[in-house]
Design a protein. Structure first.
Length: 402
């Protein structure tokens, strides 16, 4: 079906632009007339030769989903029909990939599918959490409220992930710079000094000889080292994808000094925020825990949540199994127990999430302040040692001349 670009005016005289699929220009004009839009200009959209090349299309970002969710919630709250809201949002969406997805969702809803079912066909953009909450909103007749909660949840979750990623940017950058500087010195700088020392003759100091040997080894065997490095990288990725490998790696990550504590706090904040949002939105607790487990991001945490879910399905409380898992701090388990006993579990989970999100902030600052001096010492010490190794023979020669 061809796509058309159009411009028109509403009944109030507001200028509108859009893009729509239609069997013909005449059909599109009729569609726009039904929406009280007077067409000023209409033309067939030129075909994009890269339209069907997936990797050349823009990805759907978190901010795109948040904006769509908020705008769609406002439209529904204002009494706008579902299909018309999707039509408006898809026509004004600038991201080509997201525009195509919204158009497909609109067509599915027009064909009789529930909104949640239409979203479910695009798991790469709308995850299980999103689909389940929308389904609960449709069933309860509170879709606008659910969408507002979803937008707030996605925003807070994105900030949490951003903080953790931000904490790792600095040390990763410093480490990459250090490795690049060391390789450049060993491959290009050290050989210059090495040939100069060979002309002088005599025995080199131990440290200098060690650095020269390392340089010679790297230059002679760089392709082997590169091959081994690439092989280890892919072997690690393959091991991580196995059930046992995922368990081992995620277990040691949680036990790692400093980083492990941060990951635990992130896991608690994410678990409580997600489950609290789902329960307050009317999603059954067992369904909610199933979704939360899949979005945990750590196999050990996922197994603990699944074990808790199994216990709840047998009639037990949430707090007991959570404490037995050893993953969740005692304070969290006690607060969950209070929430269960008072019948305000969703509110208690929101409070825990807010507390642990602040804890994540503090942990990120502590991690950054702790890693920074170590990284500087490592970079300065490594480069300084290599420079000292190169200058030792020069000092030795200068001493001999005197």
């Amino acid at each position: 079906m061809p796509k058309y670009l159009w411009e028109g005016k509403t009944a109030k005289g507001t200028l509108q632009k859009g893009e729509n699929e239609a069997p013909s220009e005449a059909v599109l004009r009729q569609m726009l007339k039904g929406r009280n839009v007077t067409v000023l200009k209409i033309k067939k959209k030129p075909k994009d030769i890269f339209e069907n090349v997936a990797f050349m299309q823009p990805g759907v970002k978190t901010k795109d989903i948040i904006l769509f969710t908020r705008q769609f919630s406002t439209m529904i709250d204002s009494g706008l029909p579902l299909i018309q809201g999707l039509e408006i949002l898809s026509s004004q969406e600038e991201n080509k990939t997201f525009k195509k997805i919204l158009t497909q969702i609109k067509q599915d809803v027009e064909g009789g599918s529930a909104f949640a079912e239409a979203l479910k066909k695009h798991p790469g953009v709308f995850d299980n959490l999103y689909v389940n909450l929308v389904a609960a909103g449709e069933m309860g007749g509170i879709l606008d409220t659910i969408l507002q909660r979803l937008a707030a949840y996605i925003e807070k979750n994105a900030k949490l992930v951003s903080k953790v990623k931000g904490a790792m940017v600095y040390p990763t950058t410093i480490m990459v710079i250090a490795i690049v500087v060391i390789i450049i010195m060993l491959v290009f700088v050290i050989p210059v000094f090495s040939s100069m020392f060979a002309d002088f003759g005599g025995e080199l100091p131990g440290l200098t000889q060690m650095v020269v040997n390392l340089s010679d080894f790297l230059r002679a065997n760089w392709y082997i080292l590169l091959g081994v490095g690439i092989g280890l990288f892919f072997a690690f990725k393959k091991f991580k994808k196995t059930d046992k490998g995922e368990q081992i790696i995620d277990k040691y990550l949680l036990k790692a000094p400093v980083v492990g504590d941060l990951l635990k706090k992130v896991a608690v904040a994410k678990f409580t925020r997600t489950l609290g949002t789902m329960i307050s939105s009317g999603v059954p607790i067992l369904d909610g825990m199933e979704v939360v487990a899949k979005t945990a991001g750590n196999r050990i945490v996922e197994d603990a949540i699944n074990s808790t879910r199994q216990s709840v399905s047998e009639g037990k409380t949430i707090a007991g199994p959570l404490e037995e898992s050893g993953v969740f701090p005692p304070m969290v388990c006690q607060m969950v127990a209070v929430g269960e006993s008072t019948g305000a579990l969703d509110a208690m989970l929101e409070k825990i999430a807010a507390f642990y999100e602040e804890e994540v902030d503090a942990a990120v600052e502590a991690l950054t302040s702790l890693i920074e001096p170590f990284m500087m010492i490592f970079l300065g010490g490594t480069v300084g040692t290599m420079l000292a190794a190169m200058y030792l023979p020069i000092f030795k020669i200068a001493g001999a001349v005197e």
